[in-house]
Design a binder for this molecule. Sequence first.
Ligand code: GLN
Ligand code: ZN
Length: 763
Amino acid sequence: MSNIKSSNLGYPRIGEHREWKRALEGFWNGEITQSELIEKTDAIRLNNLKKQQEQGIDLIPVGDFSLYDHVLDTSATFGVVPDRYDYNGGKVDVNTYFSIARGLDEAIASEMTKWFNTNYHYIVPELNDASPKLVDNRALTYYKEAKETLGIDGKPVILGPITYLQLSKGYEASEFAGLVDTFLPLYVQILQELQEAGATWVQIDEPIFSTNVGEEVIAAAEKVYRTFAEEVPGIQIIFQTYFEKVFHYERITQLPVKAIGLDFVHGDSLALLNTYGFPKDKVLAAGIVDGRNVWRANIDEKLTTLETIKQFVSEDQLIVQPSSSLLHVPVTKTLEQKIDPVILGGLSFADEKLTEIVTLTKGLQTGRKAIEAEIDEVNEALSQLQATYRSNDDVRTAVSELTEADAKRGAPFAERIALQDERLNLPLLPTTTIGSLPQTPEVRGTRTKWRKGEITDAKYEQFVKDNISRWIEIQEELDIDVLVHGEFERNDMVEYFGEKFNGFSVTEYGWVQSYGSRCVKPPLIFGDVSWDQPITVKESVYAQSLTDRFVKGMLTGPVTILNWSFVHDTTPRYDIMKQIGLALQKEINALEENDIKIIQVDEPALREGLPLDQAKWDAYLEAAAYAFRLATATAANDTQIHTHMCYSNFEDIFDCIDALDADVISIETSRSHGELVSTFEDNTYTKEIGLGVYDIHSPRIPSVDELKQNIQRALQSIPSKQFWVNPDCGLKTRKEKETVNALQVMVEAAKEIREELLVKKSN
Ligand code: GLN
Ligand code: ZN
């Protein structure tokens, strides 16, 4: 009997039909009671386990399920609850748990931030004055549940102490080692209780080692895992990393644990094996099936890779598993009814990935012959997809012939801006917004009805037009200088383009969790991307026809479209980014042909796309800037190109922002205005820029004085000639009244400062 085992690292929480989301929101809205919530989510969790059991997965993860977020679960395990919530020790109750995530009255929610390089967001633990204790051994609870209800001898999944502490805030770097000592006995206790309950395998997630951590961090890991080995010898620990190759490979593989989990999809782990080998006394948990993407694995190739990996371990000391938790992919493709069958044939969501794992394990255990039928089937499906859709020769040729000059505007910025000033004739400190205007329940509801076929195309179009014209009027009345059409026709800034470019498709149920109950449905890029008809021209032209002021054309940029889609893996990503750049170039040409003179190309996802491995940053940033410039290169010199980015911390990418060569950039900043402004004290930025002057994420209406201060602060390091006044992000989540009131304040603040500057100048 072979030792080779199949395993999974985590399963999507949301349920096939997003039942989980509905249960959570139902509870928050008071529509269901707490016990109904627990009943519903218990059922979802058990069903998830059952599915994995039926698939024949050997090591089934338990404790990966969550009512919100697994990092928050870890905080709750240790009673780490910020002081501002009502908590007196003991198990954290459901209401307190949710209020940490979502805020409660005066107590603001804990910060939420991106989980490594994914689009999943976790709740940042606040350690400040916490006195951690083991108040709820969740891993134990769920281990027992799986065993008692389904007879599953599960593999508890625990977020490791090093990663947990590294992701926390509220302490100084010098306190790290002390905190490790505080948490260590608590983790030991978790493991001891698991050992007593009969658990054998435990997966301890330490993805922080997929980033280039310093000496004190790896040294802490050595101490922690040595202690685990001494105190809980009966537990077989899998030290699990993912999303990139592991750093400090030699020391990590020497940790006294039973198994090391490596990602063979996103980092060059094979090169590490080749260079350093793998210890003979350990099991290698090989993440071979992509846990971050929805395309079917090429079983043939994957098996070959596994056979190579196998040569590095002694006697079948292998576990076959996905590269990461399947949390990052949708549940099952079997629900998709509308998608082209050839594309469907190339897809693999969580359930299908588990089948791939089982197939690969079998192939590795008993030889390729045993899975011949599966291999043939996959090869057939993939080659059909390739032949039918993936390759578009015109696009490939165009991309292969691209040069540096193809990504350059006709003239340098100084010349362009002079022409633009002449043509646009805007006042000093021009005011504008970021693009979207409130998507009221009416807007969303009408779109849903239209999608279901309950109202006609003509009626829906008229509805969109009515909203545009009403808001053009409102913006004129507010006396905003550069207007927007409002994006009422868009559900999502990426999906909207995904539905219209060639090479894209959208799913019906392809949801993945983004944060809390919020799920997103990324489009699929299944093949070469191209443009064949105008996408945004109609709405922009209509809006422009209603006013003498300029209305911005509004597009989503190539980097963001790429980063927020499920991109197939048979063409290099950066080539696809260029393809999108070329497609957008055509859209920009179409807008220009229709007299749109200001065009915004949004890139909110540029920074978050930064690779985990810093060694890969330059290549990414260069490719990103190139693709953006390619999209905008053919715009006439007097067409003003804007871009928008949604984060504040952008020191890392300052050079890249400059390299975009956009005429105007707007950046989200309000929450850390000072910090961002100081970036401009250290770097000179010569193009035009709008630092968001108020925070659209809050319903609060700012005061004129507050906004004047924000503007004045920025003007200390940015010349007024370069400065624009705008909110910090799109307004689609805000209510109409809030929006109008806040914009009124913003315009007033801009006008007052404008006056003051003019008075100063004439003196
Ligand atoms: N133009 C988009 C909007 O206003 C930009 C969204 C974003 O920054 N994420 O909604
Ligand atoms: Zn934004």
